[in-house]
Ligand binder design. Structure first.
Ligand code: KG4
Ligand code: ZN
Length: 341
């Protein structure tokens, strides 16, 4: 079964072709970073217009690299939420058009399910596992018992971890996207130089909160710029590294707590922030002490991509699920609203 997956949920226009839910024939991503860079974040109106321009060439390129024609496709899978409404609409209506004209089954995909299943593009963790999806829009923990069987264990109550990276990067003048900028700046910094707060919420909670941390960094930077902060030799790198460590401390603690609560399974970490090497190193250290298997997709499958949507589509279409021309987008689309498969 060969599926074309399309994702236009945020600022990347992406299309991928995947065979059998696992074998990636192509994965093409057209980034909009340069367009949004001067604004320090994604501008929704610009993003949707750019998707309109880029989507057709990106899909053509994905089919061409995969060496398949439309007639070879057994399904088209497209993200319908969560995400930016204008951006999602471009992907959904393009996919509907393709599916209708070429008479190909269509699957409406939840972006978060795509991130959870992205690991299957190159590995095969045994069910059940705990998944931490950590990106610019989401920070959530799931107990994954099978394809389409997800129980949310925790989520962010305010900012997503990637959003905090992006905002702190802007505060520090390190640019957009913030995750890699903070990670790079941190390499020259001391991660225990500034004691930024860690929001564990309570000893039991698997929810996250990163907005207080972002405010703490912002207040510190104001004082620091006015030379009122303690330690006049603090550098931008020290602030970046101390912030990054505060986020990672919380992510590591909570994913391990979730694992324990779920009865000690393996762990899958996905989404853009899963590219962070310090996060991987810290998780690796903890995992080796506790003898836990941790799976990460390669960076190209951590950030938004069409291949992961094709994988989710493979499982949904295989179960008989179909979307029709009445399918609509959902800016908010909690994973618990998904039918199980
Ligand atoms: O999954 P993704 O591509 O899009 C969303 O669904 O949000 O994730 C993008 C997010 C951005 O906030 C970006 O700053 C963050 O992932 N990110 C990182 C790193 N690379 C990307 N955060 C921390 N460290 C990184 N190396
Ligand atoms: Zn994403």
């Amino acid at each position: 079964m060969i599926i074309l997956g399309i994702d236009t949920s945020c600022d990347d226009t992406s299309a991928g072709v995947v065979e059998g839910g696992r074998h990636v024939l192509s994965n093409v991503v057209q980034s909009q970073v340069k367009l949004h860079h001067p604004h320090g974040g994604v501008v929704p109106e610009l993003a949707s217009r750019e998707h309109l321009k880029n989507l057709m060439p990106v899909v053509r390129e994905a089919l061409s690299r995969a060496k398949v024609r439309m007639a070879d496709l057994n399904g088209i899978a497209v993200t319908v939420g969560p995400g930016l409404v204008g951006s999602l609409l471009v992907g959904l209506y393009y996919a509907k058009g393709l599916a209708y004209v070429h008479d190909i089954p269509l699957a409406a995909i939840n972006h978060l399910e795509g991130h959870i299943l992205s690991i299957f593009l190159e590995d095969a963790p045994p069910f059940p596992f705990v998944a931490l999806t950590v990106s610019g829009g989401h920070t959530s923990l799931y107990h994954v018992k099978g394809y389409g069987q997800y129980t949310q264990m925790g989520q962010t109550l305010d900012d997503a971890a990637g959003e905090a990276f992006d905002k702190v990067s802007r505060i520090l003048g390190l640019g957009y996207p913030g995750g890699s900028a903070i990670e790079n700046a941190s390499l020259d910094g001391l991660n225990d130089r500034i004691k930024f707060p860690r929001a564990y919420l309570s000893s039991e909670s698997l929810d996250f909160s990163f907005s207080g941390l972002k405010t703490a960094v912002s207040l510190f930077v104001k004082k620091w710029r006015n030379n009122q902060a303690e330690g006049d030799d603090v550098t931008v790198s020290d602030i970046a590294a101390s912030f990054q460590e505060a986020v990672i401390d919380v992510l590591v603690r909570k994913v391990m707590m979730a694992r324990e609560k779920a009865g000690g399974s393996s762990i899958v970490v996905a989404g853009g922030v899963a590219c962070n090497k310090r996060l991987r190193a810290r998780l690796g250290e903890t995992a080796s002490v506790e003898d836990v298997e941790i799976y990460y997709p390669r960076p190209a499958y951590c950030t938004d991509n069409g291949a992961m949507i094709a994988t989710a589509g493979y499982h949904r279409l295989s179960s008989g699920e179909r979307a029709d021309l009445s399918a609509d987008v959902r800016s908010k689309f909690p994973i618990q609203d998904l039918p199980s498969i």
